[in-house]
Write a protein that binds this ligand. Sequence first.
Ligand code: EPZ
Length: 419
Amino acid sequence: MEKFVIQGGAPLSATIPVSGSKNSALPALAACLLTAEPVTLHRIPPVRDIGTMIDLIRYSGAEVHVEGERVTITAASIDKPEAPYEVVKTMRASSLVLGPLVARTGCARVSMPGGCAIGARPINLHVTALQHLGAEIRQDHGYIEAVAPNGLRGGTVHFDRITVTGTEDILMAAVLARGETIIENAAREPEVVDLAHLLTRMGAKIEGAGTSTIRVQGVDKLGGAEHTIIADRIEAGTFLIAGAITRGDVAVTGCVPEHLRALIAKLQQAGVEVTETAPDTLRVRVPGSLRNTDMTTEEHPGFATDLQAQFMALMTQAEGISFITEKIFENRFMHVQELARMGANIRLEGRQAIVAGSTRLTGAQVIASDLRASASLVLAALAADGETEIDRVYHIDRGYDRIEAKLNAAGANIRRVAH
Ligand code: EPZ
């Protein structure tokens, strides 16, 4: 087990490079199962969840060659179209292989994901959508078995609620289904658009990715391709907030400002100066005091739930009361009690956190619970007086590539300690 030991108080000042998006790389890796030809992906972030997905793809029988941030996958033959419990229990996004495996081999056996720290997170919507494309589904012994002996057929899929990986799963199934598929109430996240770009390069026929309705003309087979993953907008947003909470002068480069409009608007509302100094670079400074700012998480292009905990840490430093409402997950406030141990004044009322600022944060021993909650504890520790210990930092390693190296290069004082 490892922990971070963080000495707070130093304003960060640097240009921090952003890595490729974990949440775009995961479906892109799964998409490689759709063809027997080699697919090469660039800018794959070397984070724990990516390693898990690569293990899963190797388990199915595909060949994976990793060279730094370049990954080449050749799924010439898939002899085990499965996602076993041991893997799925560590990463819910394993369900992203469900669609590709059924589409490519006509069958898939995927363990149901357990719950996780932020909510029940079922995959019922993925399953229902696959049934609309002709898959027969059986659920037993904790597994979902999907079979389509005569292949999938196009159809209309309407999602009861917007689901990012649900949209991605069914998009990957539809590209090899016979005929046309229409996906209604689709997720509009940039990661969905990036996946559609990769699939199109592989020969898929897709229109409307990034809107609520995606139209797919199925093709008989897909070919190989090369593709570079988009920047990680959540990592970029996390570093922008790190610059603001430490009253520093931080530029984040290699990002896509267009993907961060909701965060930028909220930061500016809170009194943070955000400027686009280059097409791929955003810079933050805090000229005066931070102002309380209400925020509600929404599906993209609304405020990303994956930045809620980080924004909440910032609001503990803003004058006044901030109402933060989490509309995507039912239990995404695990960071609140830990922030309170550092001096934050936050009251929970159902889906709403009421943050009373600004409060002086002091270093304390805290525990990471999920990926983004852990990131918010790092941000609070950077702003706190004294020393903070964050235990179970493996949660952070799931989605951040060398976070302490990037922040220390900006003037932070973070030590990773085994214990
Ligand atoms: C993706 O998760 C992201 N993960 C999450 O990022 C992100 O928080 C989430 O989208 C929302 O933006 C990846 O892309 C790998 P959903 P996903 O399906 O697809 C409910 C991170 O920190 N739902 O859009 O699993 C679900 O419980 C991670 O990088 C069903 O009820 O999220 C949730 O309340 C955390 N049934 C809501 O929909 C389903 O079949 C949205 O979930 C599917 C989802």
